[in-house]
Design a protein around this ligand. Structure first.
Ligand code: FAD
Length: 287
């Protein structure tokens, strides 16, 4: 928790499970380190279409019961049917994992268009309803300050987002964004639509120039000139790029906190040092 101007802001981060053939040692070591920052929760992603879903549960269980930090497990509608979802919820309940991010998911590379179209649960809202009705979970849903890539307008996207909240989402976590003004506009629109649950702002520290070509491009998030200039300037200098990217994330986070954000969620890419640098700088500067 970060306290600023009398407001408590949740501080959290996201990790992803290693590939199925990779050892779990590194992720457990990273979690043991992140624990030292005393985050409010750590979220664990769910492989596209449920690939590697056992590891999501295993890591969430480690976070909750060994690290003793609150775990938030991601679950996608793609790749689950009622039996599998019931089994997962039962396991989460048994292992005391009480926070779930309910997502639709994207089409996995090895799933046919036909199977994707015929999936049992069509949207995140379909699994939010099931989770709400089957256990005592705090449910998070995803939101997109610059709209989901498939939505034709922000207004249409917010209409469905409101549906997710009315069905049972207790909180929202945003897609990464780099321009805080996009986030503030989005928050105004949520307010106007009467969507009033806490929103955790997703911050992706850009620590390498090639990051923009992968996850960032897929997210559809716009890149402000200040950040693209940093990348252009340091594309051949990885050490300066990392430093400037972390500083950008710190400036972004501090501005959000000063403007009353509910939560900061770091897409830490399983890197403890980056998470620590952001957390410590923000706490030092603002409290
Ligand atoms: P939905 O809320 O279902 O929305 C998907 C699209 O459908 C939107 O365009 C929306 O406007 C539209 N829509 C929603 N409801 C309806 C309706 N009733 N009728 C018509 N249209 C509708 N993916 C993974 O595979 N694993 C992860 O762990 C993971 N973690 C993520 C974490 C965060 C914080 C975020 C932001 C995304 C994450 N994703 C993950 C990616 C996510 O699965 C994709 O962005 C996916 O395309 C949409 O998921 P959603 O839950 O937002 O979908």
């Amino acid at each position: 928790m970060i306290e600023c101007n009398g407001k408590n802001i949740e501080f959290s981060c996201e990790v992803f499970p290693p590939k199925r053939n990779e050892d779990m040692y590194d992720i457990y070591k990273t979690l043991d380190e992140i624990k030292l920052l005393n985050p409010d929760f750590i979220s664990v992603t769910y492989g596209a279409g449920g690939s590697n879903s056992k590891r999501t549960a295993q890591i969430a269980t480690y976070i909750q019961n060994i690290s003793e930090v609150e775990a938030l497990a991601h679950v996608t509608a793609v790749g689950v049917n009622p039996e599998k979802l019931a089994c997962m919820l039962e396991e989460f309940e048994r292992k005391n994992v009480r926070r779930i991010l309910a997502l639709r998911g994207d089409k996995p590379r090895d799933m046919s268009d036909e199977d994707f179209k015929e999936r049992y649960y069509k949207y995140a809202s379909d699994i939010i309803k099931v989770i709400k009705d089957n256990g005592n979970f705090k449910i998070a849903a995803a939101c997109y300050p610059e709209k989901h890539p498939e939505a034709s307008t922000v207004a249409e996207d917010i209409k469905y987002l409101k549906e997710k909240v009315e069905i049972g989402a207790d909180e929202l976590i945003t897609q990464m964004f780099f321009d805080n003004n996009k986030f503030y506009d989005f928050m105004d629109k949520l307010g106007a639509a009467n969507v009033n649950v806490p929103v955790h702002a997703g911050i992706m520290p850009i620590t390498a120039a090639n990051q923009l070509g992968t996850s960032v491009a897929l997210s559809g998030s716009s890149v402000p000139t200040e950040l693209s200039n940093i990348i252009a300037k340091y594309s051949e200098d990885p050490i300066s790029m990392r430093k400037a990217g972390v500083e950008y994330a710190i400036r972004q986070t501090e501005d959000l906190i000063k403007n009353g954000v509910d939560g900061i969620h770091i897409y830490c890419m399983n890197k403890f040092d980056v998470t620590r640098e952001i957390y410590e700088a923000v706490v030092y500067d603002l409290t």
